[in-house]
Structures are given as C-alpha cells and as structure tokens.
Design a binder for this molecule. Structure first.
Ligand code: BGC
Length: 369
C-alpha cells in the first residue's frame, strides 16, 4: 500500500514536472517564473539614442532608464554620437547579448533594415522612438509627438508675430529644415508649409534667398554649424541692405547657429532687430535666449511623457499585453503603417514658459541662470 502510494506520488510529481516544463517551453524556455516568450519582467531593454550633443536625448534616455527600472526591467542605454555605423553596431551588440526589446531613435531612418532582421530572427521586438524607422517590417510600434503639428505651431507663431492674418507684409523670411535622413524632417517642414504657403503665394512672405525646397533648406544631422554657415552665406549673397524679418527654424540647436550668424552680421540692435525665429525642444540654452529676446519661440515636447509612452508599450510587449496606441494611419514607413502613440507638442515663448517649463519641473530656474 505504502509502495502504491509512493509510486502514485512519483507519477504525480513526474506529470507535474512535465507540465511545468511544457508550460515553460511554451513560454519560450528559461524555466524561471519571470521569463516568457515575450521577455518578461527582469529582462533587459536596449535603448539606442542618437547623440548626447542635444540635451533632449539625454533627458529621454534618463527618463526611460528610470521608468523601466521602476517596472522591474534592466536597461542598456547607448548613445551613437550621431554616427550611423556606431548605432548599427550598438544595436547588433544589444541583440547578441540577449536584450529582449529594443527602443531605437534612429540617426538615419533607412539604415537599420539589416540589423533589424537580426532582431526579428532573435525574436526581439522593436519600438521606434520619436523618429520612425523606415523601410523595415520589423518595427512593431512608434512612440512620438504629432510631428506635423510641431511644424504648424512654428509657422503659426511667425504668422501671428508678423500680423499676416491682418494682411501685413511683405516680409522677408528664410526657411530651415532638419536632417534629410530623419523622417521627422518632412513632417515638420510639411506642417510649416501647410501654414506658410498661402502667405508666400500672396507675397506677404518673400523668401529672400529663393531657397524653398526641402532639399535646399535641410540641415544634415541637425548640425548648428551647418545652419550657421548657410545663414551667413544667405546674408552675404541675398540680403545687402534688406532685412530678414523671420526665420523658420525646426530645432533649438539650429536656431542658435542661425542667431550667431545674424549677430555676426550686425543683427540684434534697435536699428537692426533680430527676426522672429522659431525652435524646438525647449533646451535650456535656447529658453535663455527666449528670455533675453534673441529667440522668439520653441516647441516644447515633454520627453518624460514620451518615455512613459515607450515604457508602457515596452512593458505590454514584454508581458504579452497590448500596447496603447492612438494613431494607425499617419506613419507609413514604406513597408507598413506602424501603429503609433502621438503626444501633443506645445508652443512656448516668453509669455508661457513659466507655466509650461518651470511649473512642470521640466526646467528649473537654476537651469536658466
Ligand atoms: C526630434 C526633435 C529634435 C531633432 C534633433 C528630431 O527627430 O523630433 O525633437 O530637435 O530630432 O535632435
């Protein structure tokens, strides 16, 4: 009898063991309670950011490390110094070392197709962060801001400040766009032109340099030095005694370069005031310029919220849930429409910087000293 019970117990134990093993295999092996086919809590998230030269990516990276950590994940955060090969090799290493999810802000949206095939083969899911990854099937989700709206906000600011709706003008304007290999660039530019074009057509806005096409006005790698050199060249060749009244700039770093060129040309005095000039990212250095009256506006995108969106998506993917999205139409990467969650951007100038940037804790008063 005792033998029979013992035998029964052994069988039961064996069956249970088989069932546990089967369940573990179905979940992708590993055998620990925290792992699953999706990665599970405790797994590592690879975070590939483009560069540290712009403050925003530092904030994004730190926010994601903190928020993933709070949800029980490990993170591997890397910056690629705006170098495409470096970014590809960082992603390659993340996959090789067993990271279960990749969050990538691409330097060149079209350069990652091949390395993402490795991700797919390894069962690693990919979230495009802020910048869409193009020409790849292996992007699951996209977390960003409403990028078309960013461009609209910048253009609307110029329209307002110049009084274009009241028929004022003509005013001279120069246009700048972002990096040609960043998918956001065309969204910003198209958003802006959706507002500015009609005033250009009515000749209330005149592009002194004549440079209007995105291929003429873009700025490789968002490089402030390139923008500064282009502005300097435009002033020398197209302006003479004419005055630049407005500059559409897509990003604070570019704006600082443009302002440097303008000041070197004598702008910034009562007789030769700086033009209305836009920006993006609410970088402390630029908010200081807004307070001193040199830059007019910036578009604030709360990266802490963007990090929250990416972490929410990542957590859902890694635990077999469904990420929250709010856009399934706008972001076609050439291979597929990537489901996205888009946050609203906010236009900031002297009049609302305190409410938007200081009261929200995005910047401290000390940052602006
Ligand atoms: C981002 C902007 C940023 C720019 C330069 C774009 O992709 O959306 O926020 O200003 O890159 O870093």
């Amino acid at each position: 009898m005792r033998h029979a019970r013992a035998a029964q117990l052994r069988v039961t134990t064996a069956v249970t063991t088989v069932l546990i093993l089967a369940a573990a295999t179905a979940c992708g092996g590993g055998g620990t309670s925290s792992s699953s086919a999706h990665g599970g809590k405790g797994s590592t998230v690879g975070i590939a950011m483009p560069t540290k030269t712009s403050l925003r990516w530092i904030v994004d990276g730190q926010a994601m490390v903190k928020q993933f950590g709070a949800k029980g994940y490990k993170t591997d955060l890397r910056y690629a110094n705006n170098d495409i090969d470096t970014q590809v090799s960082q992603i390659h290493k993340m996959i090789a070392q067993g990271d279960k999810l990749l969050i990538i802000s691409a330097i060149d949206g079209e350069a990652l197709g091949e390395v993402l095939l490795e991700a797919r083969d390894a069962g690693v899911k990919v979230i495009a962060y802020d910048r869409l990854i193009l020409a790849s099937n292996d992007v699951s989700y996209y977390a960003s801001f409403d990028n078309f709206k960013v461009g609209q906000l910048q253009a609307e600011y110029i329209v307002d400040k110049l009084g274009l709706k009241n028929g004022k003008g003509p005013f001279n304007i120069e246009l700048f766009a972002g990096s040609p290999d960043d998918n956001n660039t065309q969204y910003f530019y198209n958003g802006s032109m959706s507002i500015l074009q009609k005033y250009i057509d009515k000749k209330q806005l005149v592009i002194g340099s004549g440079q209007k096409r995105i291929t003429q006005v873009n700025t490789l790698r968002w490089d402030p030095g390139i923008a500064q050199a282009r502005m300097k060249d435009i002033l020398a060749t197209s302006y003479g005694s004419q005055h630049v009244d407005a500059v559409l700039s897509p990003y604070d770093g570019i704006t600082r370069g443009i302002i440097a060129a303008l000041k070197a040309d004598g702008y910034g005095t009562p007789a030769k005031p700086l033009p209305v000039i836009t920006g993006q990212d609410a970088e402390a250095a630029s908010v200081k310029l807004i307070l001193s009256g040199e830059q007019s506006e910036t578009v604030y995108k709360d990266n802490r919220k963007l990090a929250r969106v990416a972490v929410q998506m990542g957590d859902a993917i890694l635990t077999g849930g469904k990420p929250e999205i709010n856009d399934t139409k706008q972001y076609d990467n050439g291979n597929k429409i990537v489901p996205a969650y888009l946050l609203p951007p906010v236009s900031v100038d002297k009049t609302n910087y305190k409410r938007e940037l200081i009261d929200t804790g995005y910047l401290t008063p000390a940052d602006l000293k």
